[in-house]
Design a protein around this ligand. Structure first.
Ligand SMILES: Nc1nc2c(c(=O)[nH]1)N[C@H]1C(S)=C(S)[C@@H](COP(=O)(O)OP(=O)(O)OC[C@H]3O[C@@H](n4cnc5c(=O)[nH]c(N)nc54)[C@H](O)[C@@H]3O)O[C@H]1N2
Ligand SMILES: Nc1nc2c(c(=O)[nH]1)N[C@H]1C(S)=C(S)[C@@H](COP(=O)(O)OP(=O)(O)OC[C@H]3O[C@@H](n4cnc5c(=O)[nH]c(N)nc54)[C@H](O)[C@@H]3O)O[C@H]1N2
Ligand code: SF4
Ligand SMILES: [Mo]
Length: 708
């Protein structure tokens, strides 16, 4: 029997806005979940508003769609069959131990997710380093905001998505939104942009498509995909040419301007028009709108970031902010709109290949010593940095890569670039274990599937896109057949202890509050310092902004107002120059494909494709294309189109609209099978962030003859 303590305040299981909501008992809920979502208008970020995904999130709690028993692949049938927890945990421990014994610790890999709570992400990173002893751990956040994170580090010495609360947006003078379709990806946040305009501020949207977000803009710039770097350089050129730099700010708060200025001067507006397709007068208008008011902001999302030059591209937008004095000041600055529910916290506490908790570096001897002490291990035993997400997936089952993988919180069969290749690599493993709440396309390939508890059934913290640490409270007793990710790691630690009965599992508590307290100690003194945060405080204060080094520290809603987080306290200009996407159109593949999201589906769709209301709103993939292109190739609305790249083919119905450039087609990536956009995408990586180029590849498009 599932019990309920009344109406519990918590947060949505999906995106980085982490909307506040309440969960109330609803024994007759049509979705079979036993609970219903109630608005929580007192929570400041979303002020009661929710998108359809948040409202319908309980549906995934229902036994009708979720996993409720472990599964083991049997030799006899080759199928996944129900098993007991003891059998399943033994099988995972055996599978991982066998590979480790035969091939060494780095033959066992771990893949995590930015949707995992801070407690889980922390425990997973610790598990990889001290139980498995492997360097081979990374996570899906690499596919998400890694380019912005790298650019943040380079320029400011610290990476927090937004350096200010969203509530600052309506009070600034101008916002440039680069490659964010907020209206579909974080609908309740659109309100902040509406208020910006009501207050007399202006909105510029940079997107190759006239999205629902772009429709709100005072100025919409629609560059060719993959040319944002040139665009930002062109704007900086104009800023300099028109004498709009803030020399006082540059002198007092930055270093490296001379080289950056010289690099920008090489990007003439006419050249930028040719590369981007954005006319010079519109570039000038953007500069005027951005530079005229007292304050202004640039916010980027996946459009400019998911490119093989994402780090430099974000760097170019940061340079524009620094040159105009629009950083490190009230109501001004650069920010990245992080994506996953815990996209921010998930990138801070050690599931990343090169990282220790508190956003520390795995290569820093002082960081190793500090964290090793908290973990009660010898710093010498901590492995070094491993491979980045795509490189890890690409190496699976090869002579030098991992031969066994433990995967928690991601569905790469749908969401990884060059997905058919990734699927083949996953199939080549000696052993694959997946912990998930549903039988995702990736879980379906596993040797063992562990069914875990969900957001409403467990307590834990997430850190939203503003750097605000939030608490999700358990509202519901999980069904008997499932266990939490923390319980899974604890049970595996016991089984993989090099000294049987040695008590290694004691280092993996199953109580989230205990894990969070340890995380606080491990992060203490690091860039992302959570030491002063506890569950009670989060609830009393509607979240606490990190860094928060002590219980009496107020937290840090606004960063960099006095100094940047670099050694000398100054922001660093980094000179960048435009370069082409890894693939450009040619005779065989004459068009550009870009990919992204629709409002009613989330990511790989593993969760939202199991919700009837969302499937009615967004039943399947499609190919968005311009009427001129449609006419040229003979595409008909609603009829199937084949999109072909050097990596594969996908088929989905045509959706004809003049809201997209005629040289570009768009596909959402939420679906598996024939319409899988990632069958096409290019795994070319950014040299710094190792972000794949999800947003640009060369394709050809042709109508498909329908049988019958
Ligand atoms: N409904 C829904 N909401 C979500 C998610 C979801 O899956 N579904 N996922 C969450 C996550 S993890 C993330 S990361 C965020 C992502 O949030 P967004 O970044 O807003 O989402 P995308 O649709 O991937 O990309 C945004 C826009 O980039 C544009 N774009 C494509 N190529 C380029 C380019 O070369 N340059 C520029 N400037 N723009 C380009 C696309 O046309 C698209 O409109 O959303 C979060 N919210
Ligand atoms: N073409 C293209 N591809 C993209 C993108 C794009 O814009 N274009 N965007 C990229 C981006 S930004 C992202 S973030 C990735 C995301 O892509 P994925 O990493 O595939 O993300 P999800 O679909 O959210 O997968 C999360 C999985 O974990 C499960 N899960 C949820 N909560 C928990 C939990 O607490 N514990 C465990 N064990 N499992 C849980 C879910 O059921 C689901 O199966 O996709 C990337 N792929
Ligand atoms: S905007 Fe994001 S956090 Fe808010 S309800 Fe929708 S999916 Fe959930
Ligand atoms: Mo993301």
């Amino acid at each position: 029997m599932r019990t309920d303590p009344g109406s519990t305040p918590t947060h949505c299981p999906y995106c980085a806005l982490q909307c506040g909501m309440r969960l109330a008992t609803a024994p007759d809920a049509a979705d079979g979940s036993g609970i219903t979502v109630v608005e929580r208008p007192d929570f400041p970020v979303n002020r009661g508003a929710l998108c359809g995904k948040g409202r319908t999130a309980p549906a995934v709690l229902s036994d009708r769609v979720r996993l409720t028993t472990p599964l083991i692949r049997t030799h006899a049938t080759g199928a996944l069959e129900p098993a007991t927890w003891e059998e399943a945990l033994d099988a995972v421990a055996d599978g991982l131990a066998r590979v480790r014994t035969g091939h060494g610790p780095d033959a066992v890999g771990v893949f995590g997710g930015g949707g995992l709570t801070n407690e889980k992400a922390y425990a997973l990173g610790k598990f990889a380093r001290i139980v498995l002893g492997t360097s081979q751990i990374d996570y899906n956040g690499r596919f998400c905001m890694s380019s912005a994170a790298a650019a943040h580090q380079r320029a400011f010495g610290l990476d927090r998505g937004l350096p200010f609360p969203l509530a600052d947006l309506p009070r600034t003078g101008c916002v440039i939104l680069v490659g964010s379709n907020l209206a579909e990806t974080m609908p309740p946040a659109l309100r902040y942009l509406t208020e910006l305009k009501e207050n007399g501020g202006t909105l510029i949207v940079v997107d190759p498509r006239r999205t629902r977000t772009a429709e709100q803009a005072d100025l919409h710039l629609a560059p060719r995909p993959g040319t944002d770097l040139a665009l930002a350089l062109g704007l900086l050129h104009l800023v300099v040419a028109e004498g709009r730099t803030d020399e006082e700010f540059i002198a007092a708060r930055t270093t490296g301007w001379a080289e950056t200025r010289a690099a920008a001067m090489a990007h003439w507006p006419e050249l930028v028009e040719r590369v981007t397709g954005v006319p010079v007068p519109r570039l000038r208008e953007a500069v005027r709108l951005f530079c005229t008011p007292e304050s202004a902001m640039v916010l980027t999302a996946r459009g400019p970031e998911q490119q093989s030059k994402g780090t430099d591209t974000v760097g170019a937008w940061i340079n524009l902010c620094l040159a105009t004095g629009r950083a490190g000041r009230p109501l001004s600055g650069y920010g990245c709109l992080t994506g996953q529910g815990n996209g921010q916290g998930g990138r801070e506490h050690g599931q990343k290949a090169d990282q220790l908790p508190g956003y520390r570096k795995l290569t820093d001897p002082a960081a190793r010593a500090h964290v090793a002490e908290v973990w009660g291990v010898d710093p010498q035993t901590l492995p070094g940095p491993g491979r980045s997400a795509y490189e890890l997936l690409d190496a699976l089952g090869t002579a030098t890569g991992p031969r066994a993988l433990l995967l928690m919180g991601s569905n790469p069969v749908v969401s990884a670039p060059h997905a058919a290749h990734v699927e083949e690599r996953l199939r080549s493993l000696d052993f694959l274990a997946v912990a998930d709440v549903v039988l995702s396309e990736t879980a379906a390939l596993a040797d063992v599937v562990l069914p875990v508890t969900q957001w409403a059934e467990e307590t834990g913290t997430t850190t939203n896109l503003e750097g605000r640490v939030l608490l999700r409270r358990r509202a519901l007793t999980p069904p008997p057949g499932v266990r939490s990710d923390l319980e899974v790691l604890n049970a595996l630690a016991a089984r993989l202890d090099p000294e049987p009965g040695g008590g290694l599992e004691k280092k993996f508590p199953t109580d989230p509050a205990e894990v969070f307290a340890e995380l606080g100690r491990a992060s203490a003194g690091g860039p992302a310092d959570y030491a002063g945060i506890d569950y009670g405080r989060i609830e009393r204060e509607d979240g606490v902004f990190w860094p928060c080094p002590a219980p009496d520290h107020p937290g840090t809603p606004r960063l960099f107002l006095d100094r940047f987080a670099t050694e000398d306290g100054r922001a660093r200009f980094v000179p960048v120059a435009h370069r082409d996407a890894a693939e450009l159109p040619d005779a065989a593949y004459p068009l550009l494909l870009t990919t992204g999201r629709v409002v009613a589906q989330y990511q790989s769709g593993a969760q939202t494709r199991r919700v009837a209301e969302l499937n009615r709103a967004a039943p399947g993939p499609f190919v968005e294309l311009h009427p001129r292109l449609a006419e040229r190739i003979g595409a008909v609305e609603g009829r199937p189109l084949a999109v072909v790249s050097r990596r594969g083919r996908a088929v989905a119905p045509a959706r004809i609209t003049d809201a997209i450039r005629a040289d570009t087609v768009f596909m959402p990536f939420h679906w598996p099978g024939e319409g899988r956009a990632n069958s096409l995408t290019n795994p070319a990586l950014d040299p710094v962030s190792r972000m794949p180029e999800f947003k640009v590849c060369a394709v050809r498009v042709e109508p498909v003859e329908e049988a019958g």
